[in-house]
Ligand binder design. Structure first.
Ligand SMILES: Cc1ncc(COP(=O)(O)O)c(C=O)c1O
Length: 420
């Protein structure tokens, strides 16, 4: 097995010389009943002889061996020594181990972006002739991968609406290999019942793959509802400060091992620097998400009956169509809400142009609040019909609520609404 399958219970002890790349999840070993958020803070690479408190950055392409036998054994997968940073790297492993603790999974593999995590999870586990059943409300680039690239490799797909499980069941084929979904969905914030999706997957013996980017593992743990795989864009809330790209696939050892083998040869490795940044970021994920969610809830409550808004969706507002499912599977409503402006496309444009503090940028999950207009940006590649099928209407605005004081975010939105 490769490095992805490292056993937390069989750490290597630190030796002198070239062994500083060995990883130990000491917290896991000493305090097995530690909370996941504590593990995400305390799991770390073994200290070097410098006795540093913060994990150092292992900016190295390759790793050394004391002798030919050690090198042979590493290549033969008889040891879990690092060989080359396309395969594994201590900073990447630390970030991955922390994500495993947060999501409650056995193993993981971190990638250069969320899209390489999504793509690897498809390509490593499906083959020509297989069928993917996907929710139709998904991120724009994931839609492109499913509709443009999977068919080139002979992988079929069907789309099903977010909240019609009987339609999902009808769309299962004998060759269905995987069910793929996001919840909350991007950008419409629909909530899909994870327990129901998992029951369907188990009944038909197919894999359930969940993009947990919007909720994050502190807001929802798909594994507890029966998911087999979890993918993330670490670029969003996991980084939380809009600095680096990253992604990760998490799940059962055997599945992750296949993904590791695919990535080891095809090369979408996460850089050590980005992994170092992300590993520090997840230490604060729990507190950050608590405030993001509090801010989003306060602002959404105050805006939902605004005369210029047709509807507003936030998972923890009672008006959300799948509010009860959100309450069942999420611990907070997350940091995003979306609404439809009464004046459609033109009002959307005016609204964005009137914002004075919120940023117009192609990202979400930052300390700074962000406004976006999916119809003209992230989902522009979909046809108008495809957009409408997933409720991306011309006046849809998505707000990623930052960590500013919520009144400042609210006031900026109110001012822009008045002027639109
Ligand atoms: C839900 C979701 N999944 C995946 C991705 C892709 O992530 P990345 O941009 O890190 O490749 C995004 C990006 O916005 C996203 O919102």
């Amino acid at each position: 097995m490769g490095p992805v399958a490292k056993e937390h219970s069989h750490p290597k002890t630190q030796l002198s010389g070239n062994s500083t790349s060995q990883l130990i999840n000491r917290s896991t070993i000493q305090l097995p009943r530690m909370h996941n958020i504590s593990k995400a803070i305390r799991i770390r690479n073994e200290q070097t002889n410098e006795m540093e408190h913060s994990t150092p950055l292992f900016l190295t392409s390759s790793f050394c061996f004391d002798n030919a036998e050690e090198m042979r054994a590493a290549f033969a997968d008889e040891t879990d020594d690092n060989i080359y940073s396309r395969f594994s790297n201590p900073n990447v492993q630390e970030f991955t181990d922390r994500m495993c603790a947060l999501e409650g999974t056995e193993a993981g593999y971190a990638t250069a972006s969320g899209m390489s995590a999504v793509f690897a999870s498809f390509m490593a586990l499906m083959k020509k002739g297989d069928h993917l059943l996907s929710c139709n409300s998904i991120f724009g680039s994931t839609h492109t991968v499913i509709t443009k690239y999977l068919p080139k490799y002979g992988i079929e797909y069907s789309y099903v609406p977010a909240n019609n499980m009987s339609e999902w069941e009808k769309s299962i084929r004998p060759n269905t290999k995987m069910i793929y979904l996001e919840t909350p969905t991007n950008p419409g914030l629909d909530i899909i019942d994870l327990a129901a999706a998992s029951a369907l997957a188990k009944k038909h013996n197919v894999l359930l793959n969940v993009d947990n980017c919007f909720a994050t593992p502190v807001g929802q743990r798909p594994i507890e509802f029966g998911a087999d795989l979890i993918v993330h864009s670490a670029t969003k809330w996991l980084d939380g400060q809009g600095r680096v790209l990253g992604g990760v696939v998490l799940g059962k050892k055997e599945l992750i091992h296949e993904i590791y083998l695919f990535c080891r040869s095809t090369g979408p490795a996460l850089s050590a620097f980005n992994a170092w940044v992300l590993s520090k970021s997840v230490e604060t994920l729990d507190v950050r998400m608590e405030r993001h969610a509090q801010n989003a809830f306060e602002i959404a409550k105050r805006l939902e009956n605004h005369p210029k808004i047709t509807w507003l969706k936030y998972p923890f507002l009672a008006s959300h169509p799948q509010h009860s499912i959100a309450k069942k599977q999420m611990t907070n409503g997350g940091g995003l809400f979306c609404f439809e402006l009464k004046g459609g496309l033109e009002s959307g444009r005016k609204f964005l142009n009137q914002l004075q503090m919120l940023t117009l940028t192609a990202n979400l999950g930052d300390t700074r609040s962000i406004a976006s207009h999916p119809a003209s940006t992230t989902h522009a590649k979909l046809t108008e019909q495809e957009r409408l099928a997933v409720n991306i209407t011309p006046g849809l605005i998505r707000i990623s609520v930052g960590l500013e004081h919520y009144e400042d975010v609210l006031n900026d939105i109110l001012h822009a609404l008045e002027a639109s």
